[in-house]
Write a protein that binds this ligand. Structure first.
Ligand SMILES: Cc1cc2nc3c(=O)[nH]c(=O)nc-3n(C[C@H](O)[C@H](O)[C@H](O)COP(=O)(O)OP(=O)(O)OC[C@H]3O[C@@H](n4cnc5c(N)ncnc54)[C@H](O)[C@@H]3O)c2cc1C
Length: 292
């Protein structure tokens, strides 16, 4: 005779890895990549489409992000399908009002055979795991019993736990995805949404490296650190001042520093001095002139 935990585990499908798949994204009608689409749209502002080249995109898009002209990122969007996330996760995700969602219905879809997300902390403890699985099975039985009593899915679902898996499709423009990834791939965010948004960010970085590459993702913790935080004040000021000195030597205006943004080190340094409120960084950023 098997023990209770063995019997209930046999009935419960426990999920420990979410699946995030890219369903679609913006592509220019005339062919090419999503970043070209953003660049072409943004260049409408300056009527500078003729200056587009295979090398111009990275520097141009970085310049836009650095200056906070992020509305142009709204011209591109991406859609993801997330499986293996819990209702606890989806409840947090749908708080992002500028994303669009289609989520598995608990009215039209029966939860007779629901799968459940197993939190790693519960998985780590045999005792906690037993409590978890027993409670899942009790909810499953209650759900089935209510259905047998003639209740509809929409009422029977009130006995279901937060752990129940809920499929969801999410679309968002790149500006909002940047906001969501920065907010949710942080140490303060809950582990499940952090991991799922980390997988979203990883996919977006492959799709549009100039747009999402300033968020440095650690795939062990799924925490993203902004590139400006990877450099300290002294180093950032030195890097920017060295570049300004080169421009001065060539009698070029300091604002031309933006043309060198394809350089990762300079991009991080400029972002740092722009964001940092210390006197040295503020003065260094001011020396860059009017970065329009
Ligand atoms: C660590 C963490 C803990 C949290 N804890 C809680 C909690 O305990 N309780 C709780 O209720 N929520 C909690 N939340 C959710 C949080 O309050 C937000 O609802 C969620 O993060 C969505 O963020 P948002 O409003 O910035 O973004 P979005 O809805 O994605 O909007 C993006 C941006 O658009 C702008 N925007 C959108 N709508 C408006 C508007 N109506 N008016 C003005 N500007 C707008 C804002 O600039 C906003 O940042 C938590 C979130 C995090 C990351």
């Amino acid at each position: 005779m098997t023990s209770l935990p063995d019997r209930v585990e046999a009935a419960s499908v426990l999920l420990s890895e979410p699946e995030v798949s890219l369903m679609g994204y913006t592509r220019p009608a005339e062919g090419g990549f999503v970043e070209e689409h953003i660049e072409r749209a943004a260049r409408e502002c300056y009527q500078s489409q003729a200056r587009m080249s295979p090398q111009s995109g990275k520097r141009f898009i970085r310049g836009i992000i650095l200056r906070g002209h992020e509305s142009v990122l709204e011209h591109a969007s991406a859609t993801f399908r997330v499986l293996g996330g819990s209702r606890a996760y989806t409840h947090e995700q749908v708080r992002h009002r500028l994303l669009s969602f289609s989520q598995q219905s608990q009215r039209y879809v029966s939860e007779d055979d629901f799968r459940a997300v197993l939190p790693p902390a519960i998985a780590d403890s045999a005792e906690a795991r037993e409590v978890f699985v027993e409670s899942l099975e009790s909810a499953r039985k209650a759900y089935k019993r209510l259905k047998e009593l003639g209740l509809e899915n929409e009422d029977a679902r009130f006995v279901l736990p937060n752990a129940v898996e809920s499929g969801i499709v999410i679309s968002g423009n790149f500006r909002e995805w940047r906001h969501v990834c920065r907010t949710r791939c942080s140490a303060a965010a809950q582990w499940e949404i952090r991991r799922i948004c980390g997988l979203v960010l990883k996919s977006l970085q492959e799709l549009a490296p100039a747009v999402f590459g300033d968020l440095m993702l650690d795939e062990k913790t799924w925490i993203a650190t902004h590139i400006s935080e990877t450099v300290d004040c002294a180093e950032a000021q030195k890097t920017v001042n060295r570049e300004l000195a080169k421009l001065e030597k060539k009698n070029q205006p300091p604002g031309r520093i933006l043309r060198r943004l394809a350089d990762d080190k300079l991009y991080a340094a400029l972002f740092h001095v722009k964001r940092c409120l210390c006197a040295g960084c503020t003065a260094t950023f001011a020396a860059c002139g009017d970065l329009k």
